[in-house]
Design a protein around this ligand. Structure first.
Ligand code: GLN
Ligand code: ZN
Length: 778
């Protein structure tokens, strides 16, 4: 029985690679220095895995930016717009230019698109394919890293690469009239070329990731799988292919997968916990089965008792030597090392004792293997591990830190509740119109204003204890005051306080809710050099005191205009955290929702009667298989609706969504029944609105007219055009005017003119409408 690792984090235990890349981009390091840091990081990773005792250690899991982009680059999948840079830049700089765009020497080449890696928060660079796409080996990264790994004392390094079919499926066609899967034969030629070369260098194992095998596949793609893997097998019969699937069970593709002529099949027993029996019933006797038994995507300790049961079943059915152990997926999605966490205020000792990061997970893997392979008489030390692990999980189950009986009672009531507002939208909106009288095209923003260096500095001073709470708060107040005054001056209708007091839209709430803990070094790569440090939801979530009322109330006291309260929604909080795994995600979402409901009611009581609950991550939670969408959407939508239970009809609930596909979940979005939704669209020139011509969105909607990702300032007439375009599809009385998203990443000198133009654009249309149609405006 072997253990294998599928991939290790690569940003550096102290984010060395992130810092080095950023320094290199700023001109503070030369290429050799950056390459040296890359090689140091690889070395450290291999060392840790060797010391842990992992049998099959991955290589080529390293990347300076993204592992999908590495393949695009290696195979010369370089979009035409970058070709002009080819002679000008070094290979590394060209690679980075594709990831980050290039704006220098009068050249302006836009970056490649980025999107989420399956249902994780990791973003990859989307390969761009053209009709007559050709592939060739432009570099030999995979071979070089194999040789480097060997040189570093790993006996049989296992290169890791995304398989040819998943690689194509991850990409996009940039020309019409063809399907990217049509490119498979010429792509396979090049895969075979480097696989042969690897084999020639003595490479025995290769891990080929085909995560698309857990998704719904068209028949044509299924056939392609059989054909491609037969070809690879025939051409390089000696190379042992480990076909890795993860993030869900194989489902309907099980027979397809076990029929592929590969040496080993890896399955995810964390996300696909119920597939073991079916796999054991169908897998050929001589194929190795790699059990993804240690959660590669969450931070909880493995429950040995549960794992050993599954391992036993596998061994009994498939034989000791044919079963391997592994993490469920690459450990890329986990922080490095729990030992770095020493702050017991943010991460209580007891909670920490339940957790495992990448390094600890490797150890769990080895312990599980030993528990199954060492003879009874040397069992002692391991036996202690086993007993300790069982005791820990038993105690965790009843820990008062996790269990809050009050939350449990409320939950029972919520489960039965339909979670509907008191009246239908039509009744509510009439009352709201009568109360607020905004007239047509009301203007607002999404919530945050620029988080300036000064603000971040003050917050960090406050956290370090260098300034008092009083001083910090009065600073935030002055920022709010300026922002409110400015919004009033330019004539916005619904104002915001600016979210200056928030470090992050999830962390801010997590820090004030019970059931959350935080790490100091628990960084996970989000994209390129960017990392996130997700909060940890370890127990029942509840709210002990108001979280936002003070700031909203203060902001409202400064103006006669309407101030919008601003909350992060339950699904977004859930999606962007490490979530407890001892109860269904739905229940955790309902607990968060119920805490937010209390906040919403407190805001209403304090006179804040327009409240926005952001759900930008609603779509991210969608299961990979469409057959499970409905169930997820039902509870996700319900969680959102729980937040506004018991509000007066006059209280106007807004939500906000951005940067995802909305078309196929538009019905669920409508079911959320927010009175107003603001939604990002300006990047696609209102293309998104097409969906609203087929589906009449029942409530009010503000399509974004200001692309907040660009420093460019749109003119009044550009924004007016967008609004006119929108008004052709959405009745003007349902239209709001707002930017695409929050403005925290922008500069004030961009935000000010852009929002002034936005307000002017709305005002111009209002005037025209009054003149032409005699619509009266209050
Ligand atoms: N209210 C948040 C803000 O304005 C929304 C951010 C988001 O959608 N990601 O920053
Ligand atoms: Zn947004």
């Amino acid at each position: 029985m072997l253990t294998q690792n599928l991939g290790y984090p690569r940003i550096g235990i102290n984010r060395e690679l992130k810092k080095a890349c950023e320094k290199y981009w700023a001109g503070g390091l030369d290429e050799n220095q950056l390459q040296e840091i890359g090689s140091q990081e690889r070395k450290k990773n291999w060392q840790v895995q060797k010391e842990a005792g992992v049998d099959l250690i991955p290589c080529n899991d390293f990347s300076f930016y993204d592992h999908v982009q590495d393949i695009s680059f290696m195979l010369d999948v370089i979009p035409a717009r970058f070709r002009s840079l080819e002679g000008k830049l070094s290979a590394l700089d060209l690679y980075f230019a594709m990831c980050r765009g290039y704006q220098k020497d009068n050249l302006d080449v836009t970056a490649m698109e980025m999107t989420k890696w399956f249902d994780t928060n990791y973003h990859y660079i989307v390969p761009e394919f053209v009709k007559n796409q050709s592939f060739k080996l432009r570099n030999k990264k995979i071979i070089e890293e194999f040789l480097e790994c060997k040189k570093n004392g790993v006996i049989d390094p296992k290169p890791v690469i995304v398989g040819p079919i998943s690689f194509l499926l991850l990409g996009k066609e940039k020309e019409s009239d063809f399907h990217r899967i049509d490119l498979i034969d010429s792509l396979t030629d090049v895969y075979i070329e480097f696989l042969k070369e690897l084999s020639g260098y003595g490479c025995k194992y290769i891990q080929i990731d085909e995560p698309f095998l857990v998704t719904d596949l068209e028949d044509q793609v299924k056939e392609t799988y059989s054909r491609v893997y037969r070809r690879i097998r025939n051409e390089i019969p000696d190379l042992k292919i480990i076909l890795a699937t993860y993030f869900d069970d194989l489902g309907k593709n099980l027979i397809l997968a076990v029929d592929l002529p590969v040496y080993a099949l890896h399955i995810d027993l964390i996300r696909g916990e119920n597939q073991l029996e079916n796999v054991l019933n169908t897998i050929p006797k001589d194929m190795i089965l790699s059990l993804g038994i240690v959660d590669g995507r969450n931070i909880w300790k493995n429950n040995f008792e549960t794992s050993l049961k599954l391992i036993d079943i596998a061994i009994q059915n498939h034989g000791f030597k044919k079963v391997w152990l592994a993490p469920s997926c690459s450990l890329l999605h986990c922080p490095y090392d729990l030992a770095l966490e020493t702050n017991e205020d943010s991460l209580p000792k007891e909670v920490k004792s339940w957790m495992a990061f990448a390094k600890q997970k490797l150890k769990e893997l080895i312990t599980l293997k030993k528990l199954k392979s060492i003879k009874e008489n040397v069992y002692n030390e391991l036996f202690t591990d086993l007993v300790f692990n069982a005791k820990l999980h038993a105690e965790k189950k009843i820990s008062p830190l996790i269990n809050n009986p009050k939350v449990e009672n409320k939950l029972q009531r919520l489960l039965k509740n339909q979670a509907k507002r008191n009246s239908e939208f039509q009744i509510r909106i009439e009352k709201q119109d009568a109360k607020y009288g905004f007239g047509i095209l009301p203007t607002t923003t999404i919530g945050s204003f620029p988080q300036t260096k000064e603000i971040r500095g003050k917050r960090s001073d406050f956290k370090k204890g260098e300034i008092s709470e009083e001083e910090y708060e009065s600073f935030i107040k002055s920022e709010i005051k300026n922002a409110v005054q400015w919004q009033e001056n330019i004539g916005l209708d619904v104002l915001v306080h600016g979210e200056f007091e928030r470090n992050d839209m999830v962390e801010y709430f997590g820090e004030q809710l019970d059931g959350f803990a935080f790490t100091e070094n628990g960084w996970v790569q989000s994209y390129g050099s960017r990392g996130v440090k997700p909060p940890i939801i370890f127990g029942d979530v509840s709210r002990s005191k108001p979280m936002t009322v003070k700031w909203s109330q203060y902001a409202q006291s400064l103006t006669d205009k309407k101030m919008k309260g601003m909350l992060t929604g339950p699904i977004t909080i859930l999606q962007w955290s490490f979530v407890r795994n001892d109860q269904p995600r739905m229940l955790t979402a309902f607990q968060i929702a119920d805490a937010l409901r209390e906040e919403v009611l407190d805001l209403e009581k304090a006179g804040i009667d327009i409240i926005q609950i952001d759900e930008p991550a609603l779509r991210e939670g969608l299961p990979l298989k469409q057959s499970r969408w409905e169930k997820y959407l039902n509870w996700a939508v319900k969680a959102f609706r729980i937040c506004s239970l018991g509000l007066k009809d006059e209280t106007q609930v807004h939500t906000h969504m951005c940067y995802s596909e909305f078309n196929d979940i538009i019905k669920a979005i409508a079911d959320m029944d927010a009175d107003v939704i603001s939604i990002e669209t300006s990047r696609s020139q209102m293309e998104l609105l097409e969906v609203f011509s087929d589906f009449e969105y029942p409530n009010q909607i503000g399509p974004g007219v200001y692309d907040i990702h660009s420093p460019r300032i749109s003119s009044v007439s550009e924004m007016k055009d967008l609004l006119e375009k929108a008004s052709e599809i959405i009745t003007i009385k349902n239209l709001w005017v707002n930017p695409d998203c929050g403005l925290k990443t922008r500069q004030w000198d961009e935000v000010k003119p852009a929002l002034e133009n936005m307000v002017k654009a709305a005002q111009m249309i209002r005037k025209e409408k009054v003149l032409n149609n005699h619509i009266t405006i209050n």
